[in-house]
Ligand binder design. Structure first.
Ligand code: GCU
Length: 679
């Protein structure tokens, strides 16, 4: 028995493609159409679409549709590519009904788009839509919607909280592709069109993935994804010419190095004709890169870009480049400045098949950060936004933290780069500056746990990343609600409760952890649980500077690190001044006395106390909400979530007490409301 068969009956494994329960939700007006699926033969992605529709129909109406390529005039669903109707070159589909109401057409700009249309139809079926409401047109502005695995050949996953890799074990690539196929289905269903298969930190074994030793197996994985329109990419080691090529240098301006990469690319594409290209973490956290040879990121990225260009490949070059050997004593230095300082001078110098992959914030996936000023700074460079779906700093998939609202904030942020309304979403899509490539990258949160994401509720983040990457205009709430219906069925108490829990969860997590944008109060290395000074005297550039008078990082131009001035106006001015700085980011931009009065009238210190008491209470409410659903939810899912909410409540209490005691000891000022703070 393969892994998929072993797990396939589990609702937690099926996620939002749990077709079994469509029987309760599907509207019977769609049934006549579902009897026949018309699909041209010879197109593998269209065949996947038909197979998927067929499985969903079986769940909904308990019969298997007839699948045929011959149009015999019967009532049915027609799958077809129709390039001419979608001229702008982006992925797009339409679901429409024939005038005589005998046909539902799912047409798309290309095969992939038809598959996305088929899944949208499936979602409509699962959400109980009727035939007269089925019509829709959908297109994505984002050409690259990539899921990035941080999986290592050892089978571990860097920052993985859901078990081990589904791709690798003990240095070997798995031979059971059944689960990889199901992963491809999940990703395609939310519009993902690329996946990178290995960690951005590329170790010895993964360095060899680009060689004939491993390429046959990588190709086998790629062909599974390819059936679902997903192109595989690999993270590469910039020093691979030395590590596996036998050269003495990896200098990007050396001809031997350039030739090596060109030949390597030729080899890769000979195994994998639809290979996507490379993801590169260079000169970052100890990884090799062009700086080693006195070259810069343009030299490095363009060299790789030239190697992959003949094959239509792309290079996703990460901007997570900063000095991780900082001196905490030196308050003039600021890690937040790093991405901008490193990459702004290079704007306009990258090849057209290079995309800079930029984390949403200037630091590193904290629960609250401003949007990086590189968005709005760079104008002549392809850019994409990187989000962390895996919950590294946001609760390890133990604590509930629905991240879509945070991602929305980043995408909606107005950079003012071309005047008012210059949103990040329009920059990464390429619309604002007319860049040919862009999109969104998500660091995956899945592993080999039965629910994929460990915590079944963390599936909402995986679903949400794809839904948002396809259409950044979707709201957090509509994504949460549709996920809840597809996952749990139509019990409205369940749907309402789960949706509300998801939508509250990010604020709850923020309340009991790091206040007002300061971040980093976590236990070093593991990044779970409180340690206010854990990173305070380290080399990582992640400080809060709390003393007996106040806390926060002065990033103003006037008296601080000058980071605030990296933004365009009026954002730079807004962040520069305490009075206009959005309060949720106050401590990110300013060093503030504890006596400072927030808009609510509370002092900063009292706010810290209040929010931590509140957050711990709110965590308990989340748990109570979940308990109220006992008996209404698949028991395994119920238990998995309950177990974690119990831990979350403990975690929140620990955070509350550690943080409150820390500030009480610093200040000697008690809680105005007389609640228990340990001395
Ligand atoms: C974070 C994370 C690392 C990861 C890095 C990256 O710092 O803790 O594990 O490698 O981000 O994005 O490259």
């Amino acid at each position: 028995m393969n892994i998929a068969e072993m797990y396939s009956s589990l609702p937690q494994y099926r996620c939002w493609l749990n077709y079994e329960q469509f029987h309760d939700t599907a509207d019977t007006s769609l049934e006549p159409y579902c009897r026949t699926i018309f699909v041209p033969s010879g197109f593998k992605v269209l065949q996947s679409a038909a197979a998927e529709l067929s499985a969903a129909v079986k769940g909904a109406f308990r019969f298997s549709p007839r699948i045929t390529e011959r149009d015999d005039g019967a009532c049915g669903i027609v799958l077809a590519v129709d390039e001419d109707s979608f001229p702008d070159g982006c992925d797009a589909f339409r679901i429409s009904r024939s005038v005589d109401e005998t046909r539902i057409y799912i047409t798309g700009a290309n095969e992939n788009s038809v598959l996305y249309g088929a899944f949208e139809f499936i979602f409509a079926l699962g959400c109980g839509k009727s035939a007269d409401k089925i019509e829709m047109l959908s297109h994505t502005p984002n050409r690259i919607r990539i899921m990035q695995q941080w999986d290592n050949a050892s089978g571990d996953i860097e920052r993985g909280y859901a078990g081990n890799s589904i791709f690798y074990k003990d240095g070997k690539i798995t031979s059971d592709f059944s689960r990889i196929r199901d992963y491809a289905r999940l990703l395609a269903s939310v519009g993902i069109n690329y996946i990178s298969l290995n960690n951005v930190n590329v170790h010895e074994t993964e360095t060899k993935f680009i060689t004939p030793e491993y390429l046959p197996q990588i190709a086998a994985i790629a062909s599974v994804f390819s059936e679902y329109g997903i192109r595989v990419m690999l993270s590469i080691n910039f020093a691979a010419p030395i590590a596996v090529g036998g050269l003495s240098t990896a200098d990007p301006l050396e001809e031997s190095v350039q030739n090596w990469w060109r030949e390597t690319a030729d080899t890769i594409w000979s195994y994998i004709p639809d290979f996507g290209g490379f993801v590169v973490k260079a000169d970052s956290e100890g990884r090799p890169g062009p700086y080693t040879y006195g070259r810069n990121h343009v030299d490095g990225a363009n060299m790789l870009a030239d190697a992959v260009a003949p094959h239509g490949g792309i290079v996703l070059w990460r901007c997570f480049v900063y000095n991780c050997r900082m001196d905490w004593r030196d308050r003039t230095r600021d890690r937040a400045r790093a991405a901008y300082d490193n990459f702004m001078p290079l704007d306009g110098k990258f090849r057209s098949n290079v995309v800079l992959q930029i984390k949403n914030g200037p630091m590193d996936f904290q629960i609250r950060e401003p949007v990086t000023p590189l968005f709005g700074g760079l104008e002549k460079t392809n850019q994409m936004i990187e989000f962390q779906v895996t919950q590294e700093y946001t609760g390890h998939q133990i604590d509930l933290c629905y991240l879509v609202p945070m991602w929305k904030e980043a995408l909606d942020f107005d950079t003012f780069a071309r005047g008012k309304g210059s949103r990040v979403s329009d920059i990464v899509s390429g619309k604002l500056f007319g860049s040919p490539l862009g999109g969104a990258a998500g660091v995956s949160n899945i592993g080999d746990s039965p629910a994929w994401t460990g915590n079944p509720l963390a599936q909402a983040n995986l679903f949400g990343f794809g839904r948002l990457a396809w259409d950044p205009a979707r709201t957090s709430e509509e994504i949460a609600r549709s996920w809840a219906v597809l996952t749990f069925g139509r019990d409205s108490k369940v749907v309402e409760t789960v949706t509300s829990m998801l939508l509250r969860s990010r604020d709850v997590y923020e309340h009991y952890t790091c206040p007002l944008g300061i971040g980093w109060f976590v236990n070093p290395q593991v990044h779970y649980g409180p340690s206010v000074d854990g990173y305070e005297y380290s080399c990582w550039g992640t400080y809060h500077y709390a003393d007996l008078h106040g806390i926060g990082v002065d990033r103003t131009a006037a008296t601080g690190t000058g980071y605030a001035a990296q933004y365009r106006q009026p954002n730079a001015e807004m962040y520069e001044h305490l009075e206009t700085c959005p309060e949720e980011l106050l401590l990110f931009f300013h060093h503030v006395p504890y006596s400072y009065r927030l808009k609510s009238g509370q002092t900063l210190l009292q706010y810290i106390y209040d929010s931590h008491f509140r957050g711990a209470d709110e965590a308990e409410e989340l748990k109570k909400d979940w308990e109220s659903l006992r008996g209404r939810i698949d028991p395994q899912i119920f238990d998995e979530v309950e177990k974690r909410l119990t831990l979350q409540v403990q975690d929140a209490i620990e955070w509350r007490d550690v943080v409150n005691t820390y500030f009480y000891r610093k200040t000697g000022i008690p809680d105005e409301k007389g609640r228990k703070i340990y001395p």
